[in-house]
Design a protein around this ligand. Structure first.
Ligand SMILES: *[C@@H]1O[C@H](CO)[C@@H](O)[C@H](O)[C@H]1NC(C)=O
Ligand SMILES: *[C@@H]1O[C@H](CO)[C@@H](O)[C@H](O)[C@H]1NC(C)=O
Length: 324
């Protein structure tokens, strides 16, 4: 893919890349393309405009299933599951009183896109601790197969989450996760969106767990304390958050994006590297600090659980919207 390879030449400049890729699984030959995140250029960005290409978005009720591939502790799974459960639920009043933005208010930016957004519910949690496709390295096609085996359903998205010690072929090289659509095995014209996010604790934490880990190059600042005390999983949640927004606003490669089809910027990747107001390369922006742990966060979910979530492109202002 000439276009995709050309984009990758920019990547040595990047501090953080939550990358979304559209994995096309037509017949047995999935294709994939990495996005060009260009977050270092976003400090004084040209107006970013994600063009609406008019295709279907995911709206209405949406179930997100979680497939944990490899070993995750119950505490790690709870961090991820609570994030998904928090997306479309108002925070409890006592947390609202604390004046911290809620995870739900972050997700509501997706409702500003055409169609009014998706109301997310946590679906099944599938544990594949014994790794049905082996210990890896997994290919993009293997990830598609895992999502398919989890059972595609209309109105549902499966998130394949790989453990820290499971190598996934494009990890680091071009991305920390991907989202795509599966056509194979579908009846008629059905197509199913799915995504993959990896635990980056051992694979490129500098790229995929920044700002909780020192970046591999570029401006260096001390890493931030992750809100749930887990560099890998708190980093994976950033990728998952970015990929979920890409999935609902560009599920089939013809929704909102800027740039080349299948290799463009989406809702979160257009704002990569930005977590709070005043962000610049190497600085994620203004964040909230947990006085007890020193952890940095910008959103609170169910039960008061804290998260650091990426800025999202707001279609009503054409700006990256931050929570704090
Ligand atoms: C979506 O889910 C809510 C809550 O479960 C339910 O009340 C509503 O009827 C559902 N809407 C559709 C269109 O299925
Ligand atoms: C994983 O994907 C590779 C390449 O796409 C394929 O050759 C291999 O058979 C797959 N592994 C399994 C266990 O399905």
């Amino acid at each position: 893919m000439g276009g995709g390879r050309k984009k990758q030449a920019f990547q040595p400049l990047l501090i953080r890349f939550v990358l979304a890729a559209v994995v096309l699984s037509a017949a047995a030959a999935p294709r994939c393309a990495a996005f060009n995140p260009r977050m270092l250029f976003l400090v004084k960005p040209d107006p970013i405009v994600l063009r609406d290409h008019g295709g279907a978005l995911l709206t209405g009720n949406l179930t997100v299933n979680l497939l944990f591939y490899g070993r995750f502790t119950p505490a790690q799974r709870a961090i991820v599951a609570d994030f998904v459960r928090s997306l479309s639920t108002a925070a409890a009043p006592r947390h609202r009183a604390a004046a911290a933005p809620s995870v739900a208010s972050w997700w509501r930016t997706t409702s500003l896109y055409r169609g009014g957004g998706a109301r997310v519910a946590l679906g099944r949690q599938i544990l594949d601790e014994r790794m049905s496709l082996g210990p890896g390295p997994l290919s993009p096609g293997n990830v598609t197969a895992l999502a398919r085996a989890a059972g595609h359903h209309r109105g549902a998205v499966t998130a394949v989450l790989t453990a820290a010690d499971v190598p996934v072929v494009p990890f680091c090289v071009s991305r920390c996760g991907a989202h795509g659509r599966d056509l194979a095995g579908a009846h008629g014209r059905a197509r199913y969106a799915y995504l993959w996010a990896g635990n980056p604790a051992r694979q490129c934490p500098g790229q995929c767990a920044w700002p909780f880990h020192q970046p591999p190059y570029g401006p260096q600042a001390p890493p931030l304390v992750p809100p749930n005390g887990d560099v890998g999983v708190d980093g994976m949640v950033i990728s998952l958050a970015a990929l979920l927004t890409g999935t609902v606003t560009n599920p089939y490669g013809d929704g909102y994006y800027q740039g080349d089809a299948g290799a463009g910027l989406e809702a979160a990747t257009a704002c990569a590297g930005i977590f709070g107001s005043g962000a610049y390369p190497g600085y994620p922006g203004k964040l909230l600090t947990d006085p007890a742990t020193g952890a940095s966060y910008n959103a609170v979910g169910l039960g008061g659980r804290k998260y650091l979530l990426p800025a999202l492109w707001d279609p009503t202002t054409s700006q990256c919207k931050t929570l704090v």
